[in-house]
Design a protein around this ligand. Structure first.
Ligand SMILES: [Fe+2]
Length: 437
């Protein structure tokens, strides 16, 4: 056994443990009644997420990678996300909180046993620890989903965290990104998911991109200017949705006299003017951009701004380089329970000076979710291929609730253009003028 393999095994064990600690924080913060309750029809009961995390770990690590006997084959169907819509999950005969906790602990013991015993090469599923990385990311993604459920629950605050760091540098205006080809996607990132592959060259015409995500102050100007009442700024589908849903401000915003307040994880506070706006849907982002004389960036523009290094012509893992995300680079991992003010992370800037591409808020792009040229589903079609559709828009960059294990310059998220419960905001772009270079 090589030193390299041993290092990988310990790194995997650390990541599995980090994910489980976060799951535990999110599920121990509330009592059992709260765990089985449905806080929104958009979300599962927290206890479903908990046992589903264990079930996926059992399916992939214990049974497939490890070739071990099933722990609970009888519950597979209950925790198959494709069998039951979120709204229907509370009515299922789910494991109760004590059973769910015992189940995920049993599965974890077996998964760690498999990690000790299995070769991490040969089969593509285990090369570089892929299946373990996939399960780590799956648990962290459900942790972000559970965090979104916490934001939707009512009652006194149960989650606590330090406030995000203050702004350290100005972060206004836009930067110019020259036209030309860059490498999008990856062949080398060991834990990249199938939809991030393969690496391929995309020629992106010159464009301008905002230095930072759109702030609450700027978004409030759009509201004050009557943006929600003017069909000119909205797409046809967006306007129809705005009417039907009665949209008038981001989710969780409320008027309090002449100011806006929002409720976050049970605390109602004045809206912070210099923080990125969050809990807006794609249609709202698109309408704001039209009102501002701008547009949303395409997914390729976003990734070029985040990864392309003009000095070397190479695409890097993150805006700041190839180094894994550290605390000074980005607001990730639920270290804080809100986005940070724009300008808070100068160390995370890209070579062109674009800030906060990673962390804070997921950023809506104008691109539909599809496979890259040469896409191959791996290890199963249900991970992403079945979602390839113009019905979904791509989001990039991760939020304050995204863990670093499930976030990188190539990572792709997708959702319906009407969704607002996710931690999503946006930044604007515009075409370069002819002759501008
Ligand atoms: Fe899942």
């Amino acid at each position: 056994m090589t030193v390299e393999t041993e290092r990988l095994r310990s790194a995997v064990a650390v990541e599995l443990d980090r994910a489980r600690r976060r799951t535990t924080t999110l599920t121990e913060a509330v009592d059992d009644d709260d765990l089985v309750r449905q806080h929104s029809r958009l979300m599962s009961p927290l206890v479903w997420d908990l046992a589903h995390v264990g079930n996926q770990e059992e399916l992939w690590l214990v049974r497939d990678v490890g070739g071990r006997e099933p722990v609970r084959r009888d519950i597979d169907e209950l925790y198959d996300a494709f069998q039951h819509a979120r709204a229907d999950r509370p009515a299922l005969p789910l494991l109760n909180p004590a059973e769910a906790r015992a189940y995920v602990a049993t599965v974890r013991d077996k998964a760690l046993d498999v990690l000790d015993a299995v070769r991490l090469d040969g089969r593509p599923l285990v090369t570089g620890g892929f299946a373990f990385g996939m399960i780590v990311q799956h648990e962290q993604q459900h942790d972000e989903t559970m965090l979104a459920t916490h934001q939707l629950r009512t009652g006194p605050p149960v989650l606590h965290a330090e406030p995000p760091p203050p702004a350290r540098v100005p972060a206004t205006g836009e930067v110019f990104i020259p036209g030309g080809p860059f490498t999008m996607g990856t062949d080398t990132e060991p834990w990249a998911l199938d939809n991030e592959r393969p690496a391929h060259v995309v020629d992106v015409p010159a464009f301008h991109l905002d230095v930072a995500p759109v702030t609450n102050a700027r978004y409030a100007e759009f509201i004050d200017a009557g943006g929600y009442d003017d069909a000119r700024w909205w797409s046809e589908a967006g306007w129809a949705h705005r009417q039907r849903a009665g949209l008038g401000a981001p989710l969780h915003w409320r008027r309090d006299g002449d100011r806006w307040v929002y409720t976050r994880f049970g605390r109602t506070v004045p809206v912070a003017p210099d923080e990125p706006v969050v809990h807006v849907c794609f249609h709202e982002a698109q309408a704001f951009a039209a009102w501002a004389g701008r547009r949303l960036p395409t997914e390729a523009e976003w990734e070029k701004a985040a990864r392309f290094d003009p000095a070397t012509g190479r695409s890097r893992r993150y805006p700041w380089g190839d180094e894994d995300a550290q605390e000074r680079h980005a607001n990730l991992g639920q270290r804080h329970l809100s986005p940070a003010p724009v300008g808070a992370y100068p160390d995370g800037a890209s070579p062109h000076g674009v800030q906060q591409l990673i962390g804070d808020v997921w950023e809506w792009t104008s691109t539909d979710f599809h496979g890259y040229p040469g896409f191959r589903a791996f290890p199963y079609r249900e991970y992403s291929e079945v979602f390839f559709s113009p019905e979904y828009k791509v989001l990039r960059g991760g939020s304050f609730g995204t863990d670093r294990a499930a976030c990188r310059g190539t990572f792709r998220n997708w959702d319906y253009p009407i969704r607002r419960q996710i931690f999503a905001g946006f930044r604007c772009a515009r075409d370069a003028e002819p002759g501008e270079s």
